[in-house]
Write a protein that binds this ligand. Sequence first.
Ligand SMILES: Nc1nc2c(ncn2[C@@H]2O[C@H](COP(=O)(O)OP(=O)(O)OP(=O)(O)O)[C@@H](O)[C@H]2O)c(=O)[nH]1
Ligand SMILES: [Mg+2]
Length: 185
Amino acid sequence: MGLLTIIKKQKEKDHEIRILMLGLDNAGKTTIVTSVLGLPISKVSPTMGFEIKTVNHGGYNLNIWDIGGQTTLRGFWGNYFDKTDVVLWVIDCLSMERLDESFAELRQKVIEQDRLVGLKLLILINKVDLYEGGISELVLQITAILQLNEYVPDRSSWEIFPVSGKSGFGIEKVLDWIVENERNE
Ligand SMILES: Nc1nc2c(ncn2[C@@H]2O[C@H](COP(=O)(O)OP(=O)(O)OP(=O)(O)O)[C@@H](O)[C@H]2O)c(=O)[nH]1
Ligand SMILES: [Mg+2]
C-alpha cells in the first residue's frame, strides 16, 4: 500500500476532510465560513493571513482553511495545499469585472502548479442574493468562460455551485457534495 493510500485510509477512519478556501479578496470566503458556523456575518473583516475553522457535517469534521485573498498574500497560497482534500474557489458574481483576474489566479497559482492532483475543485459563485439576472444562466455563463473541462478533464473532480454567504443559499448543498464525495471515494 502506498503512503498516499495509507494517509487517505487513516483520514477516512478519522472522518476528517480538509478544505482549502481560496479566491480574490472580497469574494466572500470568510463570510461563507462564518455562515457555515452560524455566527453573525456583520463582524467579518478582511483576512490578513489565514484562519482554520472546524464544523461537523454528516458525521465528518470539515477543517476549513480560510486564506486571505489580497494580492500581497497570494504568494503564500502554495503553502496550504498539503493534505487538502477539496479546494473551494470563491468568485464574487457582483464583481464580474474581476472574473479575469480571478480565473488567471486560479490557473497560475493552482491549476498550472499541478496543485489539483488528487483533489476536488468546487467553484462557488458567491453573492447570488444580490444578483439581478437568472442564477442558472449565470452558472452557465461562468462555466463557459472558465472552460474547466480543458484544465481538469476528470468531470467528477470539479463542480460549480451558486451560493450566498449572506443568506446561506446553496451552502448546504456544497457541504453535502463534499461529504457524499468523500463517502464514495
Ligand atoms: N451581498 C452579499 N455580500 C457578501 C456575501 N458574501 C460576502 N459578502 C460581502 O463581501 C465583503 C467581503 O467578504 P469577506 O468574507 O471578508 O471576503 P473574503 O473573500 O474573505 O476577503 P479576504 O479575506 O480579503 O480574502 C463583505 O462586505 C461581505 O459582507 C454574499 O453572499 N452576499
Ligand atoms: Mg477573508
